[in-house]
Design a binder for this molecule. Sequence first.
Ligand SMILES: *[C@@H]1O[C@H](CO)[C@@H](O)[C@H](O)[C@H]1NC(C)=O
Length: 284
Amino acid sequence: LDAVLGGGGWDVGGTFEGPPQPTGPIRLGKNVCYVVLAVLFNEEDGVLLVQEAKAECRGKWYLPAGRMEPGEGIVAAMRREVKEETGLECQPLTLLALEERGPAWIRFAFLARPTGGTLKTLAEADSESLQATWWPGDPCSLPLRALDILPLLDLAARYRRGPPHPPTLPQALPCPLLCLRLLVAFTNTTGDLWVLVATSGTPRLPMVACGTSPAELRGGLRRPVLRLLRDCFPPDPPPPGPLGLLGLQHQAEGPGGGDGVCFNVLLSIPPPTTSKMAQATPPG
Ligand SMILES: *[C@@H]1O[C@H](CO)[C@@H](O)[C@H](O)[C@H]1NC(C)=O
């Protein structure tokens, strides 16, 4: 619990709860797509925006973002995209959000701080971007490529006012699959905190894996979580609240390395109702 709550991780091992899912390798660009994005501010609270060069959105503005490449670390990918699109070096401060969209499309949105380099100007326009700027005002006064960056800017502003969570950064630990280490917590009717533990073998936090069949990947990261809740709380699994990210591990290269990611996730479930407790606890 200390490791998970402190943003750490450890060896994933090969034991997952529930029926085995088809698990060919997770391959970037084949069955998963990871996107990295960064929110940076300068000392005058200007936000770093990039003017897009791609034909379909040329001239529109967006946060620096792009696809992670095979063999790359998550932070390395974020720093490369920021460098290519804005000319600046940066250091990550924390993950702000993890977004899932479509089958195995996951976006890692970071808050980062500039550490060097020079801002890319129109004279340096290339296929990565036309230019970059520190935008001091409301970004909506610029033609934006998409409005999905606005909630991320809100999260960044909130984190800078007073971090609602400790810094969360990827740990360099290998993980062959897309999987979740779950901290499922609920308080019972007298207010005591309970945590779901897998008790086959050494008691541990339950681990669930996302299979690699197209149908399974379409279900995203919530699907193996729902499967576990169905298995653990028959016949009426509790409606899970939002998944809270406590940490994550990924290591592209080296022994055991690959394109998998293990997400440590906190999941609160509503307390059992009195009638369900009565059902679950036969008299005597
Ligand atoms: C709540 O959990 C505590 C701690 O395990 C236990 O002593 C208590 O009996 C539980 N309350 C109910 C109503 O089940």
